[in-house]
Design a protein around this ligand. Structure first.
Ligand code: AMP
Ligand code: ZN
Length: 458
C-alpha cells in the first residue's frame, strides 16, 4: 500500500481512494503566458511519478489538468495585469494566440519528459459558466462582497481558513497595512470575479450577474475539479508555493460552496533551486527545457536528474550536476542495450524491493538503487531485461522504445556517422557539418556529448 505525505496532516498516511479502484487526481496546470521553466517541470515530473505508482499498484487514475489562460495576475494582491494579456501586448499577439502557443509548448515539454498526459485537459476560458455558477453559490451562502474592482471571497466567514498552510491570521492582520487593496475586508480575501477596468479594453471579458469582467485565478481549479472529478477528490498536486494562497483559497471556496471536504490528499513537490535560490520566471533566472539539447543534454536526462532526489527535498540545479545525470543515463542505456532484446521473467524479489521503495512516499532514489542492483545481480540477462522493463513503468525512461530506436538505424546512416566521426577526429569541421546536414536531410538527428555521439530518428 502506498504511504503518501499529506500536506494537510503533515504526516505520512496510507493511501486508499474513496471509490474502490479509481483514483480522482487533479494537478494545477501551467499559466500559459511563457514557456514553462525546468522548475515548473520538476513539479510535473513529481505528479507523473505519483500517478505511475498508483497505476503500478493497480488503480485506475482519472487525471485532470487545467490550463490557466485567464485571471492569473502579475501581483498576488489581486492587482496588476493579467499575465496572458500582458504577454499578448508584449508579443503583439492575441491572448488566444499566446495561450494556444504556450499550451502547445507545454504539452511538447511533457512529451519530451515521458510524462503521461492527463485524461482531461481543461482551459479556464472554456469554463466561465462553471466558475460563475460557483460564485453564485457562494453569494447565496453569504460568503462574498463587492468592491469597486470585483467580487471578493470573505475569508473571515470560514472558520478553518488557512488550515492547509497553518496560517497565522493574526500575524497577517498586522501585515495588512502594506496591502494596496484597501477595500478588502481581510488581507487574505481574494477576488472571485474582477470587473473589466474602465480605462482599458481587455481582450478577454465576459458578462456576469455582477458586471462585465473575468474570473479570479483560484476559481477555475475548484470549478473544474468539481465538474470532472466530483465535490470530494482523492489527490490534488502542485508545487509548495501554492500551499499558502492558491490551494488555501481553493479549499476555502470549494468547502464553503459544498459543505464537503474538497481534497483528501494534498501532495506538494518542493522547489528546484538555481544557485541555491528559487528558480522563477519573475526573477529572470530560469532555464527552459529547450535549452537542454542546445547544451548537449537529451531532455530525458532532466527526468533522471529529478528522480535522483526525493520530491519533498529541494533540488539545486547546475550544469555540472546535470552532467552527472547524463553520465548515469548513458551508462544505464548502454547496460540495458547490452542485455539484448529477449525478455525472461520478472524477478519477484527485486520487484518487491522496488515496490517497497516507490510505495514509501515515492522513494525514487531508493528505487533507482534497486534498478542498479538488478544490473549487478547474477540473474540471467533475460530476467534482468524483463524486471527492468517492469520498473520502467514507474521510472518512465521509455526503455522499450530505446531498444527499437537503436535497432532501426539503417546502415547508410551509421556509415555517414562513422565518416563524420573521422572528420571530427581530424578536425575537418566543415566536412563534419556537411555530413551532419546529410544525416539530418535523411530524417535523423545527431547529438554530440563530451564522450560520445548519438543518432536517432527525428
Ligand atoms: P505556474 O505556471 O506559475 O502556475 O506554475 C506551474 C507549477 O510549477 C506550479 O505547481 C508551481 O507550484 C510549480 N513551480 C513554480 N516554480 C517552481 C520551482 N522553482 N520548482 C518547482 N516547482 C515550481
Ligand atoms: Zn490550481
Amino acid at each position: 500500500m502506498l504511504k503518501l505525505f499529506n500536506t494537510m496532516s503533515r504526516q505520512l498516511e496510507d493511501f486508499e481512494p474513496l471509490n474502490d479502484k479509481e483514483v480522482t487526481f487533479y494537478s494545477c496546470g501551467p499559466t500559459v503566458y511563457d514557456y514553462a521553466h525546468i522548475g515548473n517541470l520538476r513539479t510535473y515530473i513529481f505528479s507523473d511519478i505519483l500517478k505511475r505508482v498508483l497505476l503500478f499498484d493497480g488503480y485506475n487514475v482519472k487525471h485532470v489538468m487545467n490550463i490557466t489562460d485567464v485571471g492569473h495576475l502579475t501581483e498576488e494582491s489581486e492587482q496588476g495585469e493579467d499575465k496572458i494579456e500582458r504577454s499578448a501586448r508584449m508579443e503583439a499577439k492575441s491572448a488566444l494566440e499566446i495561450a494556444d502557443f504556450y499550451a502547445q509548448a507545454f504539452k511538447d515539454d511533457l512529451r519530451k519528459l515521458n510524462i503521461i498526459e492527463p485524461n482531461i485537459w481543461c482551459k479556464a476560458t472554456d469554463h466561465i459558466n462553471e466558475q460563475i455558477e460557483l460564485i453564485k453559490k457562494l453569494e447565496e451562502k453569504g460568503h462574498v462582497y463587492k468592491t469597486s474592482d470585483g467580487i471578493y471571497f470573505d475569508t473571515s466567514k470560514v472558520k478553518d481558513y488557512g488550515k492547509l498552510a497553518r496560517l497565522n491570521l493574526e500575524g497577517l492582520e498586522e501585515g495588512s497595512r502594506v496591502d494596496v487593496n484597501i477595500e478588502k475586508k481581510n488581507p487574505t480575501d481574494f477576488a472571485l470575479w474582477k470587473f473589466s477596468p474602465q480605462d482599458k479594453q481587455r481582450q478577454m471579458e465576459w458578462d456576469s450577474p455582477w458586471g462585465k469582467g473575468f474570473p479570479g485565478w483560484h476559481a477555475e481549479c475548484s470549478a473544474m475539479s468539481m465538474k470532472y472529478l466530483g465535490e470530494t477528490i482523492d489527490i490534488h498536486t502542485g508545487g509548495i508555493d501554492h500551499i499558502p494562497v492558491h490551494h488555501t483559497n481553493e479549499i476555502a471556496q470549494s468547502e464553503a460552496a459544498t459543505g464537503k471536504p474538497f481534497v483528501r490528499f494534498w501532495a506538494h513537490g518542493d522547489f528546484l533551486l538555481i544557485n541555491e535560490g528559487k528558480m522563477a520566471k519573475s526573477l529572470g533566472n530560469f532555464i527552459t527545457l529547450n535549452t537542454l539539447p542546445e547544451n548537449g543534454f537529451d531532455p530525458i536526462v532532466y527526468r533522471i536528474f529529478c528522480l535522483s532526489s526525493h520530491y519533498r527535498s529541494k533540488l539545486n540545479f547546475s550544469w555540472e550536476a546535470l552532467e552527472g545525470a547524463k553520465n548515469t543515463w548513458l551508462r544505464l542505456k548502454r547496460k540495458f542495450l547490452d542485455l539484448g532484446r529477449q525478455t525472461g521473467e520478472i524477478n519477484v524479489l527485486f520487484l518487491e524491493k522496488f515496490k517497497t521503495a516507490v510505495n514509501d512516499d515515492l522513494g525514487m532514489p531508493q528505487a533507482l538503487a534497486v534498478f542498479w542492483e538488478v544490473f549487478k545481480s547474477n540473474i540471467s540477462d533475460f530476467d534482468k531485461h524483463a524486471t527492468l522493463l517492469e520498473f520502467d513503468k514507474v521510472l518512465g525512461l521509455n526503455l522499450a522504445e530505446l531498444k527499437e530506436e537503436q535497432a532501426v538505424i539503417p546502415g547508410e546512416i551509421m556509415k555517414l556517422m562513422e565518416e563524420r566521426k573521422k572528420a571530427r577526429e581530424n578536425k575537418k569541421w566543415q566536412k563534419a557539418d556537411e555530413l551532419r546536414k546529410k544525416i539530418e536531410d535523411l530524417g535523423y538527428e545527431v547529438e554530440d556529448t563530451a564522450q560520445e555521439t548519438h543518432v536517432r530518428k527525428k
